[in-house]
Structures are given as structure tokens and as C-alpha cells.
Design a protein around this ligand. Structure first.
Ligand SMILES: Nc1nc2c(c(=O)[nH]1)N[C@H]1C(S)=C(S)[C@@H](COP(=O)(O)OP(=O)(O)OC[C@H]3O[C@@H](n4cnc5c(=O)[nH]c(N)nc54)[C@H](O)[C@@H]3O)O[C@H]1N2
Ligand SMILES: Nc1nc2c(c(=O)[nH]1)N[C@H]1C(S)=C(S)[C@@H](COP(=O)(O)OP(=O)(O)OC[C@H]3O[C@@H](n4cnc5c(=O)[nH]c(N)nc54)[C@H](O)[C@@H]3O)O[C@H]1N2
Ligand code: SF4
Ligand SMILES: [Mo]
Length: 712
């Protein structure tokens, strides 16, 4: 360093009058990268930067979203006071006024329309403590059966598929540290390079060590670029493709018969079914050549270890549960699970995509993955909560179905915490119209989202910087997110808001917590003995041990790094293989003369979900300022489109207008639109209301559409 540079840094250092460091975790994806916000004050002017902090999963790395996360948390548009809508205008009010209005409207509704008329819509971006508490709030505070959450649109198929096959659902069966040592990897409908960027070095190391990587995606992405073989299949054809892979594995006798015989049931039915399928037909259905299917099957089958990762590409389908189970059949038939460097990963999405699906936010679920219809489970939780089992409601309906219940006037009040369903749900025009019909809508958010704008009351929530609690990351590792940044204005933590409302509803005695840790202590008990057992985890341990992988039934247990080494979680200890024909249980959208193209949807690196947070961040928004449609130039020209001009996309459900972008690598029958934008750029206006019958997942990944140029 030169003298001049040294002087510059010394001067700068002297000017920094104050530096504060806040430990936290990224508010975005399931990697839950640990990080620090650094606040520097120079002559009363504050500046901020976020840096990574070492931990076992992300090892100190951050992606661009994490580095810029503080830009939305510190944004001037944060809601800082409770707001009540009067004559179509939001007016700031005190907390006590807002709470009194909520008490009155919810009790009035429940008196006239019944207890179940008030519903709760939660999120997997809140902490475990908050997700747990929201479930308790619905059942004990409001005594309603109607609670579900945004994870239904996200983890639904993976969770149901894994529960059916393995008897338990923890996204990753192994830690990320096994990835570099595996010999073959299948990435099915996952774009980790853009969606969980800090996981990439594990896959890059695997490649350096000689692993063969197969990607399955209708588009070329930053992820498919690391693959040795890219199967560019037709959207929605993954069941057929997985069946085709297994057919070849059986034909080439690449099976692990010992494993099949001792550890699984159902193989014979699966074998009969896939053997009866014609490879030629599978090639036609999937748009992947017979050669490529064979190549992929041989590569995976012949290696001694292998891992399969799935994400929303194969899961957000009307046959998403079946698709997951078909890929799990491949793992089981080749014995690539429950041993080193072999296993499954359903790559979770939201920060707490794993934990928030375990402790009672789902319509049919109680904490610790217990079932709300199981008498033993009901009485265990009723005891923990200090209520009578008979007072515990039964199961309600799934996320999207709640909007149908609103339309049918069965639900007339809704409490939404940390979600923007008008943008994220399928059939978005219908969802918006349904929310407008409510007698009372209360939204808890950091910003005036498109959903919050429809509310009668909006409550200001804290950001990740201000809200301590645990999050369970992509590996199933429970991590303690520290949070000491001061809350702006009259903002409150989500858990505190839940307690405050329960209290005005006369249920104070069940919600007396004064910290997140106190809630966690109750969650430990509530999960004890359940499939997702957190009993052995404490805040003290989390501080010392940098996260613990569940199940962890005892405080002396170190947690579970690899699942299924000896047995699966079904009563007989075996995994259940499952035969599915190539046809879905309900018909999927297909190309027709009127709607000749297949639309698929997803994400870009710089934006997060409905964009409410990332669009506030100048550094991220600048990378993608508006929605767009990726289309092959040959297809685009057939329909009279021009590059970078506006295109109208129409489906049976609705119409949107976005920018047209050429892609030489996307399938010619497919177009792609990300879902981070609202109103006329909201791609969910095009997605239909059909749901996977097993898990109630919408078919976000295939719609039939037509495209035309927008002429001014
Ligand atoms: N940058 C960024 N990162 C995120 C998020 C974000 O919004 N932005 N969201 C987080 C959340 S909540 C989630 S759930 C995850 C989602 O993570 P991913 O599931 O990886 O993301 P998607 O872009 O939805 O879809 C993945 C891929 O599936 C492909 N695909 C589409 N249709 C099909 C199909 O029919 N078959 C197959 N095989 N592939 C298909 C798409 O082309 C896409 O590349 O990411 C998390 N991380
Ligand atoms: N077409 C299409 N649609 C999809 C998908 C797709 O791939 N394609 N993916 C689906 C998936 S995987 C998901 S996960 C869903 C997500 O769907 P949403 O849950 O609707 O998405 P978010 O943008 O995360 O909405 C979170 C809202 O909560 C606010 N918020 C953020 N942090 C906090 C907090 O700590 N407390 C509170 N109270 N509020 C907070 C944000 O400002 C934002 O308004 O979308 C689904 N929709
Ligand atoms: S978005 Fe995901 S990968 Fe990026 S910094 Fe945040 S947690 Fe890490
Ligand atoms: Mo998600």
C-alpha cells in the first residue's frame, strides 16, 4: 500500500465516529446465510453495508440479494404505524385503536357467521416461533379451523411426496458437506445458481472431483450450465421422464436388489408399470431423445453414490407429488439413500421454508408434524396448550381454497401475516376479487403490498434486522437469528402482534410470552415425540453449536446429519415406492390451436418472490426493472413479435403485458415469465385454479397461452 493510500484510509477511519455491528441472517432464501450489518456514522450521516459471517452452511458467503438486503429493511417506505382504512384512505391510528377495531370486527363476524368464518394466512418467511404461534393463535385464539400458509404454494408437493415415500419430510436427507463427494447428481427443476447461489461451491467441488451432473429444465439457466447433460424437457413432463429413467435402469440391471428387498416396499408394482411403458412414447411426451434418457439413466445407475435434488420446476405441477415420488423411486431402486454421499434434497425456498412447514401452520397439522385428525396427537397438543381436546378445531382447507371459501361467503374475515397472495396465488384476478368481498381483512406487513392495499387494517411488522428467532435452513439445520437493530416507529415483532390480538380477544392467558425464546421453550415441548422433534434444541445450544439438525429429541443428542441410515420413518421401517402412470390424476394444460404455447414461471437472481422487498432495493431493482417473457426468436417471429417490445400474453384465465426477450436456448414450444411484478405484469393472472389433488399445489409451472405483439 502506498503512503498516500495509507493516509486516505487513516483519514477515513478518523472520520468514522461510530461503527456498530449487528449480527443477523439474510431475510431471503433457505440458505439463511449468516451476516452482519455494519452501520458507520460520519458526521451524523449513516452509511451501511452487509458482509457475510462464517457458519457451517454458507461458510461466510453472500449473494447479491443478501448483500443488499438492508436496502429494503431501512427503506423510507416501511410502514411504521398501524393504519385503518376510512373512506378508502389509510389513516394512522394508535395500536390500541387498531387492536380494538380488530377485536370488534373479528368477534362480530364470528358471532354472525360462525367461528370458522375468520381465517388465518401465514408464511414461511417468519420464524419457527412465529409460525408455531400463528397455528396456536388460529386454534386457541380464534378457535377457527381455517389456517394455511404460503408454503402450500411452495413446499406442498415435496413435503407430501417425502412423507408418503419416507414417512418423514426433512428437505435434505444429508448435509451440504456430502455434496462434493457424490459421484452423480440429478438437478430436477431447480435453479440453485440463481435461487440459492451460495450453495453452488458445493456442486462446483463435486464437479471438480469428477461427479457427473444431469440437469432437467425446459430452459438453459446458470444452473444447467454446470451440467454434463441437460435434458431440456417439455414443461410438466417430469413424471414421464422419471419413469423413463427408471425403465432404463431396470433394463440395464443397475438396481441395488439387496436394498430394494430389505428397505423398500412396492418395487414390483413400479417395475411392472415402468416396464410396460414405451421409451419412444416417453421421448415424445417429454421432448427428450431416447438416447439422452438412456445416457442419463446409465450415468446415474452405474455410479456407486448419487444424489437427486428437486425444486419447484417439477413440484409446482398438478402432478407434482407424483413427480417427486417418481424421482424418489429412482433413488430407492438404486439404493442411493441412507448411506454416505447418497440422498435426496428438496431444495427449500423461503428463509424458513423447512421449519414453517413443521409446527402447525398447515390446515391439517399440529406442531412437530402432528396430525390434527389424530386423537393422540390432538390430546398431546391440547395438554401443552392447556385446553380441552374437544375445543381444538378440526382440519380446514388449503391456501388457495380459502379464497374459494371467501367467494362462497363461508369465510368473511382474514388475517394475513407476511404474505402477498394477490400476487403469489394462481388465478390472481379471482383472488383479488375474493379479498375485496371480505367483511374484514387485516394484513401484517413491512410495506403497502398489493394485498395490504386491499386491507381494512394494516399492522406494521418488524424486519429480519429487528426480529430474533430461529429459522430452519435448507439442510434442516435449526439456526438462531440474532436481531438487535432498533425497530422504527411503532413497528412490532410478528410474535408480539399475535399475542396482542389474542389478548384483546380475551385469550391473554394462553399468550403471555415476553420473548421469542419463551415461545421456543413451548415449541420444544409441543414438538417433543413428533416427527420433527426439536426438544433437544435450546437457544443456548444454538449459540454455542452454530445450528442443530433435527430430529434432536434430547439435549445430549447432537442432532441428525444423515437420515435413514438404518430405517425409514414408516411403521415397518421401509420406504414406500409408488407406481404412477405418465398421465396425471387431473388433466394438465396442453397446447391447443387457441393457446399454442406452454408458459412456465419462476425467478430471476435479483428479485425475491412477489418483489415487495427486492423492488425497494435500488441495487437489486436496477438489474431487472420490469417483468419480461423469454421466448425463442424463431417462435417469437412466427407470432409477429419483436425483441424488446411489449407482448401480450393471454390464457383462459387472463391477460398480461410484459417485455419480450429473445432466448436462443429455451424450448421452442415454451415461454418463461418471472413472477416478481404486480398488476398488469402479474403472471399469476394467467395461471389456472386447478390443484394437485394430493397436496393442493397449484400448477404454476405449466399454462397454455397465446402471445401477440402490443401495437400502440
Ligand atoms: N433469486 C431468487 N431466489 C429465490 C427465490 C426468488 O424469488 N428469487 N425464491 C425462493 C423460494 S420461496 C423458492 S421456492 C426457491 C425456488 O427455487 P427454484 O425452484 O429453483 O426456482 P424456479 O425458478 O421457480 O424454478 C426452477 C426451474 O424450474 C424450471 N422449470 C419450469 N418448468 C419446469 C418443468 O416442467 N420441469 C422441470 N424439470 N423444470 C421446470 C424453470 O425453468 C426454472 O429454471 O427459490 C428461493 N430462492
Ligand atoms: N407464478 C408463480 N407463482 C408463484 C411461484 C412460482 O414459482 N410461480 N412460487 C410460489 C412460491 S414457491 C412461494 S414461496 C410464494 C410466495 O408468495 P408470497 O408469500 O406472497 O411472497 P412474498 O413476496 O414473500 O410476500 C411476503 C410479504 O410479506 C412481507 N414481509 C417480509 N418479511 C416480513 C416479516 O418478517 N413479517 C411480516 N409481517 N411481513 C413481512 C413482504 O413485504 C411481502 O409483502 O409464491 C408462489 N407463487
Ligand atoms: S438470498 Fe439466499 S444465498 Fe443469497 S445471501 Fe440470502 S440466504 Fe444467502
Ligand atoms: Mo417458495
Amino acid at each position: 500500500m502506498t503512503e498516500l493510500m495509507l493516509k486516505y484510509f487513516r483519514d477515513k477511519q478518523q472520520k468514522v465516529q461510530k461503527e456498530k455491528v449487528y449480527d443477523t441472517q439474510c431475510p431471503y432464501c433457505s440458505m439463511q446465510c449468516k451476516m452482519q450489518l455494519i452501520e458507520q456514522t460520519v458526521v451524523s450521516r449513516k452509511s451501511y453495508k452487509t458482509i457475510g459471517k462464517d457458519n457451517p452452511t454458507s461458510e461466510g458467503r453472500l449473494c447479491i440479494k443478501g448483500m443488499n438486503a438492508h436496502q429494503h429493511a431501512l427503506h423510507q417506505d416501511r410502514i411504521k404505524q398501524p393504519l385503518v382504512k376510512i373512506n378508502d384512505q389509510f389513516v394512522p391510528v394508535s395500536w390500541s385503536e387498531a387492536l380494538e377495531k380488530i377485536r370488534k370486527s373479528f368477534t362480530d363476524i364470528q358471532k354472525t357467521d360462525g367461528l370458522d368464518a375468520v381465517s388465518v394466512y401465514g408464511s414461511a418467511s417468519i420464524t419457527n416461533e412465529e409460525a408455531y404461534l400463528l397455528g396456536k393463535f388460529a386454534r386457541v385464539g380464534l378457535q377457527t379451523k381455517h389456517i394455511d400458509y404460503n408454503g402450500r404454494l411452495c413446499m406442498g408437493a415435496a413435503a407430501t411426496g417425502a412423507n408418503q415415500t419416507f414417512g418423514i419430510d426433512r428437505g435434505f436427507t444429508n448435509t451440504v458437506h456430502e455434496i462434493p463427494h457424490t459421484r452423480c447428481i440429478i438437478l430436477a427443476g431447480t435453479n440453485i445458481a440463481e435461487c440459492q447461489p451460495t450453495i453452488m461451491p458445493y456442486f462446483e467441488k463435486a464437479k471438480e472431483n469428477g461427479a457427473y451432473i444431469i440437469a432437467i429444465d425446459p430452459r438453459e439457466t446458470a444452473t444447467t450450465k454446470i451440467a454434463d447433460l441437460h435434458l431440456k424437457n417439455k414443461p410438466g413432463s417430469d413424471v414421464a421422464l422419471a419413469n423413463g429413467l427408471l425403465k432404463i435402469i431396470i433394463e440395464k440391471n443397475l438396481l441395488d436388489e439387496g436394498f430394494i428387498n430389505t428397505r423398500t416396499t412396492g418395487f414390483e408394482e413400479v417395475k411392472d408399470l415402468v416396464s410396460s411403458l414405451e421409451l419412444k412414447e416417453i421421448a415424445e411426451l417429454t421432448g427428450v431423445s431416447e438416447d439422452q434418457i438412456s445416457q442419463a439413466a446409465s450415468a446415474f445407475g452405474q455410479e456407486e453414490s448419487g444424489m437427486i435434488f428437486t425444486a419447484r420446476g417439477i413440484e409446482q405441477q398438478l402432478d407434482g407429488t407424483n413427480a417427486v415420488r417418481c424421482f424418489l423411486n429412482i433413488l430407492l431402486a438404486t439404493g442411493k439413500i441412507g448411506k454416505p454421499y447418497s440422498g435426496y434434497g428438496a431444495v427449500t425456498g423461503q428463509g424458513n421454508g423447512q421449519g414453517a412447514r413443521e409446527h402447525g401452520q398447515k390446515s391439517d397439522q399440529l406442531p412437530g408434524y402432528r396430525s390434527i385428525e389424530n386423537p393422540e396427537h390432538r390430546s398431546y397438543i391440547a395438554d401443552v396448550w392447556g385446553i380441552e381436546e374437544k375445543d381444538l378445531p378440526r382440519k380446514g382447507v388449503s391456501a388457495y381454497e380459502m379464497f374459494e371459501k371467501i367467494d362462497e361467503n363461508e369465510i368473511t374475515g382474514m388475517f394475513i401475516m407476511c404474505s402477498n397472495p394477490v400476487v403469489s396465488n394462481p388465478n390472481a384476478n379471482f383472488v383479488k376479487a375474493a379479498l375485496k368481498k371480505l367483511k374484514s381483512l387485516v394484513v401484517v406487513d413491512m410495506f403497502m403490498s398489493e394485498t395490504a392495499k386491499l386491507a381494512d387494517i394494516v399492522l406494521p411488522a418488524s424486519s429480519y434486522l429487528e426480529d430474533e428467532g430461529t429459522m430452519t435452513n435448507v439442510e434442516g439445520r435449526v439456526m438462531l437469528r440474532e436481531a438487535s437493530y432498533p425497530m422504527p416507529g411503532e413497528v412490532r415483532n410478528d410474535w408480539k402482534i399475535i399475542c396482542d390480538i389474542a389478548s384483546v380477544l380475551g385469550k391473554e392467558q394462553y399468550f403471555t410470552y415476553t420473548s421469542a425464546e419463551e415461545i421456543f421453550e413451548e415449541l420444544r415441548l409441543a414438538s417433543r415425540g413428533g416427527r420433527a422433534d426439536y426438544y433437544g434444541i435450546t437457544y443456548d445450544r444454538l449459540r454455542k453449536e452454530q445450528g442443530i439438525l433435527w430430529p434432536c429429541p434430547d439435549t445430549t443428542d447432537k442432532g441428525t446429519e444423515r437420515l435413514f441410515e438404518e430405517s425409514f420413518a414408516h411403521d415397518d421401517g421401509k420406504a414406500k415406492m409408488f407406481a404412477t402412470s405418465n398421465k396425471s390424476d387431473i388433466p394438465k394444460p396442453i397446447q391447443s390451436e387457441k393457446f399454442p404455447l406452454l408458459l412456465t414461471t419462476g425467478r430471476v437472481m435479483s428479485h425475491y418472490l412477489t418483489g415487495e422487498q427486492t423492488r425497494k432495493s435500488p441495487s437489486l431493482a436496477a438489474r431487472n426493472i420490469e417483468a419480461f417473457m423469454e421466448i425463442h426468436p424463431d417462435t417469437g417471429k412466427t407470432y409477429g413479435l419483436k425483441e424488446n417490445e411489449l407482448v401480450q400474453i393471454e390464457s383462459q384465465q387472463g391477460v398480461i403485458i410484459v417485455r419480450c426477450v429473445w432466448s436462443n436456448t429455451i424450448r421452442k414450444d415454451t415461454v418463461f415469465v418471472p413472477f416478481h411484478w404486480t398488476e398488469t405484469q402479474n403472471v399469476n393472472r394467467l395461471v389456472s385454479n386447478e390443484l394437485d389433488p394430493h397436496c393442493k399445489m397449484p400448477g404454476f409451472k405449466v399454462s397454455a397461452v397465446k402471445v401477440s405483439a402490443v401495437t400502440s
